[in-house]
Ligand binder design. Sequence first.
Ligand code: 3HC
Ligand code: NAI
Length: 657
Amino acid sequence: MNKVITLDNPPVNALSFAYSEKILKEIEAAEKDPSVTSVTITGANGYFSAGVDVNDFAKEWDPSGTTVRDIIEAIERSQKVYIAAIDGVALGGALELALACDRRVATPRSKLGLPEIKLGLIPGAGGTQRLPRLIGAQEALQMMLKGETVTAERALELGLIDEIVDAGATATDGALKKRRLSELKVQLPATAQAFALPYIIAQAHKTVPPEESGGLAAHKLIDAVQAAFELPFPRGIAREYRLFDELVGSAPSLALRHLFFAERELSKIPNLPPADPLDIKSAGVVGGGTMGTGIAITFANAGIPVTVVEPSAEQVAKARQTIFGMFMHQVKRGRLTQEEAWKRGQSIEFSDDYAALANCDLVIEAVFENMAVKKEVFAKLDGVVKPGAILASNTSTLDIDEIASVTKRPEQFLGLHFFAPANIMKLLEIVRGKATSAQTLATAFKLAKQLRKVAVLSANAFGFIGNRMFFEYTREAVALAEEGVPPARIDAAMKKFGMAMGPFATFDLSGIDVFWHVAQGRPDLNLARTPILDRLYEQKRLGQKTGKGFYKYAEGSREAIRDEEIEKLFAQLAKEEGVAQHSDVSDDEIAQRIVGALIKSGEEILRDGVALRPGDIDIVWIYGYGFPPHKGGPMWLLRQAQDSGAVAPPAGGLTYA
Ligand code: 3HC
Ligand code: NAI
């Protein structure tokens, strides 16, 4: 008789300590029952299981409690045949459970993976030992290093599953043979000789970042796979368990788990009445410049038809050409097939007439950053776009309520602040105006998910969350440069800290003129120290676009070359302003000052109620500004410093998500 054990622990059948205990009992009962010859493990709620409950190692992971490892060890000891019948997601510890079975089948919609690396961990329930034995070391290592999730079809190609089955098919149809992966040997790639192993391992270590730069878990993963080659199965497993248990308490894993939960908190808005989101079936974009074209492509990528409006036939042609070029670039890079690019291109329409937007469910404006222009655009839009449709502005700095005031639908008005390039960057700031309705906000969060963006709610305040902090961040970088630290050294120190790009390189990429305009527009906020920006602006050193900014650039190149003229300019400004020079600042001090300014600004943003939670700020900086994920974000760093007693918590305290 076949016994079915169903993983049923809503929402995602996570294998918590308590739930693992329950499943272990069911397995023990099946083991004791002589009429049971085989056991099928399957899942309810549309999932197989999302793996170990991440909450269980929120603070400390106690492997002496019942975990999925105990379930797996019970299966390993058993003489009966075990089948994993997967329908839906099978991730982490859940896939490891399936790997302990003799047979694995999955429905076509299933997704399988070992994503532990994304949490700064390695598979810790035998995955690093069994997967290489099943699909080969090279494929296994790649899959685990990327934390990649594969479709059932790909899983079949890899040999990860034995068969694709229809939902509801009995998984016992196949030959019921015992096939324990623990008894197999790890296969080297066909072309490699056994003596090549140390080279393969050494090579793998070279492909991942250093331990202190976010690569800790990756190196441990490679160590574990090496153990799969070199050690007998039980000793390999013991090595993996030890490496996993150590990683659970490591700073990068704590940071990445914080981000996992912070990301899932984002759409929880306190005191917001429940509301059914609208279904956005078609969208419009007004302004097909840098941002508008990227936004239109984002919609096309998500399968939502979109119409782009520019004021004249020539400008329409230009926008069309830009979008065509962006798709062709993707095809050239091998990221998109010609057919797919064509199909997506077909879902974007162009017009020079606002009437083309009449039936859209949502229209996003991305015209020049000028209040008068935006007001004119929205007054027109409000008149032509059907009632009930949502209107949104992509403004970076302007007041959402003031823009909304020219419409008769402020409840259906909000800011949707994309980041450049809009089709690539994952962050979306959702800006709530004073009248924005619960339904409009719910729709924006749902839409963000469809667009594969990470959406963070911001209040309607200057610079919202990200840019307001960015100004403080760059201001401190400029202050350091005035004190005599060369911009190239400051950028290098920030990259060493883990930022994707240094502050001065970012200035040059975005354009000095952009910052200059912002600083001019709001001198009251003292957001940027402007003397240096004034000088660069006067000298038309606008950054990459003019071949000179804080760096110089060879014709047609984006490679930043250190420019001593800039250092001289800073020295001259310092003299004029009486700023003392001291270039004997260490890299760590540079990073501490700049990140310190960022954190201070984050605290102000929380105090002012612009961001809901510290975790929201961290997500903004990770997804929008290239903050290193393994450091968890600026506010997470502050929390670590406070928890360790290095920094006193603020009077009144801050609540952390
Ligand atoms: N543990 C605890 N809770 C989890 C969880 C997990 N492994 N996976 C998801 N959840 C929770 C989420 O926090 C969320 O809770 P909420 O509704 O209270 O906010 C809920 O389940 C639904 O999750 P999503 O909003 O993310 O739903 P989606 O349908 O978009 O995605 C998912 C589902 C693909 C399963 C996604 O949640 C995911 O990728 N989860 C993480 C999977 C993972 O990393 N597993 C490995 C765990 S580590 C491990 O197994 C160690 C082992 O090797 C020893
Ligand atoms: P852009 O100058 O590249 O594009 C603006 C486009 O709007 C132009 O193509 C112009 O022809 C068109 N336009 C102007 N008036 C119009 C009208 N009345 N009707 C239809 N089209 C009109 O500007 P960009 O950089 O795309 O910025 C657009 C908006 O996005 C601004 O509000 C900006 O602050 C914001 N933003 C810009 C970011 C960036 O990095 N460039 C990042 C995030 C937001």
